[in-house]
Design a protein. Structure first.
Length: 150
């Protein structure tokens, strides 16, 4: 019997910083972390890169246009999420910072998000998703890699 390989679920997260503030969205009606703030993000689809994912998600979620040349990876996080079913526990998250973008961020998915707002980097809302708060701390400290849940 062939052993099933362990797999990781990939996701991209967009880090937008302007005037020492970071853009966060409050999740709503999604069934995951509802009521908490986090980055614009999404799962990588088949035959899609992390950069392509965040360009697509930025347009879908907050209505801005990104160019690959204006993006750079600022953090990589590997997570093991125990409450999830075994096949959904392994995660790999890539945090991508945009140097510039076109358009003003706004809520394009009110059925999944009930607030999009800029927050001071040193004063995030108490209801920020913990692993995203940790990622932002690592980004500010130029720490490129972290692990959570192991």
């Amino acid at each position: 019997m062939k052993k099933k390989r362990y797999s990781l679920i990939p996701a991209s997260y967009l880090v937008l910083i302007k005037n020492n503030k970071v853009l966060l969205q409050r999740r709503y009606n999604t069934g995951y972390q509802d009521g908490l703030y986090g980055f614009c993000a999404g799962h990588v689809e088949e035959k899609e890169t992390f950069v392509e994912t965040i360009i697509r998600e930025a347009k879908e979620e907050i209505g801005i246009d990104l160019k690959a040349d204006d993006l750079g990876v600022v953090h990589f996080m590997q997570k093991y999420v125990v409450p999830n079913p075994r096949e959904l526990r392994g995660r790999v998250d890539v945090f991508i910072k945009a140097k510039k973008w076109k358009g003003e961020p706004k809520n394009m998915e009110p059925h999944k998000c009930d607030d999009v707002r800029w927050f001071p980097l040193n004063s995030l809302p108490k209801n920020t998703i913990p692993f995203m708060k940790e990622a932002l701390k690592n980004i500010k400290n130029n720490k490129i890699y972290s692990e959570i849940g192991f």
